[in-house]
Design a protein around this ligand. Structure first.
Ligand SMILES: Cc1ncc(COP(=O)(O)O)c(C=O)c1O
Length: 393
């Protein structure tokens, strides 16, 4: 990872202060929530920086400045959900564009790429395993307008080499978009490796409490100014803006991001190591966690990530019946979709988050009925381990 910029506060400090200063009117330490949808105009072509909240809102601008700072981006934009951020990023492409996408992506992103935009925009979408740099190189030979990937990916936690993708994208003139939801800015900073655009489902780690839907696009300061201007234009033109109350909630959540992620990643490492060391006795055919030396992407993850994240995927022996028993017998790990919150969750990708992907394609990628995904929260690690061991045995 590139060295911090000189005289720049570290991330834990920026999470509290970036883009924020006491309210000049009242001295309020916390950013006020401006719910007004419209702003008085001082005359034709004269206002105080705002006219209509879709085009610009003071609370949202503070959040966006904070997010841009955290991602080392030129600019960032806040959307009402991760999928609306993704949909807006896809609008950067003219109809009939060629998209090369990672095989392992969230089911909703797969649906947006392979179904919705294929039909409405005529995009040609090809899926390739981005964690296999040679396969990616080869697929990119025939050209692409956008490279779309997640790292770590959902749900198989594959690690994609950020610098390698950035290099290929530049060579073929494609826009590179990294969905960095599973890492958060506390886990990795894709723009530092030459990626053009970072996307987040802010619903996950950024919000962190399973009570807020949101999305983010952060555009590299190195990208042409036209790209940033186009995202800004599209956010307003498509109307996909985060509401001011959610912006304030997200600003509040960000303040504890590094504390939460540090604890979640530390808990996940403890669980993954114990599960991997006792895999056979626990009826696990595979324990997938990028922090394990056995993970094929471990070396790349160690190079480009600050921690190995808080997601663990497990393959269980004993068929669907056992999978169902385990899912319904945990007490602290609640059986629910989503991830990144302070509470631990357990879910079944094949029937939930990835059910929308046709079964034959799921099988090729490796998302079988035997796979479960854990999102590790900030509870006591010993309690979480006991809960899992109880359910698995
Ligand atoms: C990796 C990833 N990207 C995008 C999304 C979509 O985000 P949202 O649910 O906020 O629309 C999700 C949701 O689970 C996700 O896991």
């Amino acid at each position: 990872m590139s060295a911090p910029l000189p005289n720049r506060d570290r991330l834990a400090t920026r999470l509290i202060h970036a883009g924020q200063s006491p309210d000049p009117l009242t001295g309020a330490v916390i950013t006020p929530v401006y719910t007004s949808t419209t702003f008085v105009q001082d005359g034709i072509g004269r206002n105080r920086g705002y006219d209509y909240t879709r085009s610009g809102n003071p609370t949202r601008l503070v959040l966006e400045a904070c997010l841009a700072d955290l991602e080392n981006a030129g600019a960032a934009f806040a959307f009402p959900s991760g999928l609306s951020a993704a949909a807006t990023a896809l609008e950067l492409l003219p109809a009939g564009s060629r998209i090369l996408a990672h095989t392992d992506v969230y089911g909703g992103i797969h649906r947006l790429l392979a179904d919705v935009r294929t039909h409405t925009a005529g995009h040609q979408v090809r899926f390739v395993d981005f964690s296999d740099s040679a396969a990616l190189e080869q697929a990119a030979e025939s050209g692409a307008d956008m490279l779309w990937f997640e790292t770590p990916s959902n749900p198989l936690l594959r690690i994609v080499d950020l610098a390698a993708v950035a290099h290929i994208a530049k060579r073929i003139g494609a826009i590179s978009v990294c969905d960095s939801t599973f890492a958060s800015p506390c886990g990795q900073l894709p723009l530092d490796f030459g990626i053009d655009v970072v996307m987040h489902s802010a619903t996950k780690f950024l919000a962190g409490h399973s009570d807020l839907l949101g999305g983010v696009l952060a555009v590299s300061a190195e990208a042409p100014e036209a790209l940033t201007a186009r995202v800004r234009y599209l956010q307003n033109a498509l109307g996909a803006v985060m509401c001011p109350i959610d912006c304030a909630l997200l600003l509040r959540s960000l303040k504890t991001l590094s504390v939460r992620v540090d604890r979640q990643a530390a808990n996940a490492a403890i669980l993954a190591q114990h599960l991997a060391a006792n895999a056979q006795a626990l009826g696990l055919s595979e324990v997938i966690y990028p922090g394990l030396a056995s993970h094929p992407g471990h070396a790349v993850a160690a190079r480009q990530m600050e921690n190995f994240g808080a997601l663990i995927s497990l393959k269980l022996t004993g068929g669907l019946e056992r999978v169902e028993r385990v899912l319904s017998s945990t007490r602290l790990f609640q059986f629910a979709v989503s991830l990144g919150g302070v509470e631990s969750l357990i879910q079944h990708p094949a029937s939930l988050t990835h059910a929308v992907i046709p079964q034959d394609q799921r099988a090729i990628t490796g998302i079988g009925d035997d796979l479960i995904r854990l999102s590790v929260g900030i509870e006591d690690a010993g309690d979480l381990l006991a809960d899992l061991l109880n359910a698995l045995t």
